[in-house]
Design a protein around this ligand. Sequence first.
Ligand code: FAD
Length: 346
Amino acid sequence: MQLFTFRYSLLLLLCAVLVGCEGAPPSDQVFQGKTMGTVWRVTASGLTPEQAKQLPRLIQQRLDADDQELSTWKKDSWLTRFNHNPSLEPQPISDNVATIISSALYVGRMTEGAMDITVGPLVNLWGFGPRAIPTHTPSVSQISAARNKVGLQHLTLSDTVSGSTLRKDIPDLYVDLSTVGEGFAADHLARLMEEQGVRNYLVSVGGALISRGQHQQGQPWRVAVQKPTDKFNQAQVIVDLQGHGISTSGDYRNYYELEGKRISHIIDPSTGQPIEHHLVSATVIATTALEADAWDTGLMVLGTEKAKALANKLHLAVYLITKQGDNFVGWASPTFKTFLVNEPEK
Ligand code: FAD
C-alpha cells in the first residue's frame, strides 16, 4: 500500500501571489500556525504594534474554540459528543453550529446530496477520518452498512424561540464537517480582524481564504489557483477576490493507493465509493469562505459536466480543472471570469 496524503496541500493550491507565492511584501505582517490538521495564515497591513502583538494569540484562541466545537478528530468536541449521543431528541446548538450546518444543508440540497455532511461513516471506512487507512478495499457489505447510516434526510435543523436545534432520526448518524470547517474558520478569522479594527487582511485556513481591503502596496489581494502539478508555485489563474471568500477542493494530492487503485478522499455518497472521474479540482468564489468551501466539494463529487451545468444555472463563480489525456484543461464560469486578472490558459 502506498500512501500519498498531504494534509497541508490544499492551502498551497491557493496562495497570495504578491511575491510569487513565497510570502507577502516585507511591510505586510504575516502570522501563521496550525489548526484542524492543517495550517492557518494571516497577512495584514497597517497594524499598530499593539495589534501585531495581540493578534497571534487571539487567532489561535478562536481557532482552538472552533476546533473544540466542530472536530470529529477530538474525543471531547461538541460534534463528537453529538455523533456519539444516540438520542433522537432535538439537541440545542450554538449559533456557530447552526451557521455551518445551515450552509452545508443548503449546498447539500442544491447538489442533490453530492455534498453530504453525514458522509462520515464512509469517510472513516475509506480511512480519511480519524480511523486508520484500511489494509484492504472495503467490501460491498461494509460499504452498504456505512451507506445505511448516511443521508441528509436524517438530519433536521430547526429554529425555535429559544435558539436552534439539531435532530437526527437514526441513532448512529455521524456528522463530518471536515469539508466546511476550514471555510467557516476562515470567515471567523475575518470577523476577528474586523473586531480588532484590522481593515486590510488576507486570511486562510487550509484551502479556504477570504480577504478585505488592500495590501501594504495599495493593491488588492490577489490569489493564484495553482496548476495541478507537484510544483507548488505555478499559477493556473489569478483572481482579485474583491472581498469574497475562495476555496479549492482537489483530489490529486489527498489520496492513497490501495490494491493498485487510487483512492480519493472525496466520496460519492450515492455509490459509497471514492470519486474516480477526471475532474481534478474545483475552485469556488462566494460571499463567504464557508459557502465557497461547501460548494467546492459538492462540485468535485458531481464531476465536470454536471458541475458546469450547476455553476451556469446558479451563476456560481467556479473554476474547474479537468484531466484530458496528459493535459489539464481549465474552465471558468461566466461569474468566475469577473474575478480573473489574467487570461486563463487553455
Ligand atoms: P475538502 O475537499 O474541503 O473536503 C474533503 C473532505 O470532506 C474529505 O476529506 C472528507 O472528510 C469529507 N468528504 C468527503 N466526501 C464528502 C462529501 N461527498 N460530502 C461532504 N464531505 C465529504 N485532520 C487531521 O488530520 N487531524 C486533525 O486533528 C483534524 N482536525 C480537524 C478539525 C476540524 C474542526 C476540521 C473541520 C477538520 C479537521 N481535520 C483534521 C481535517 C483536515 O484539516 C481537512 O479538513 C480535511 O483533510 C479535508 O479538507 P480539504 O480542504 O483537504 O478537502
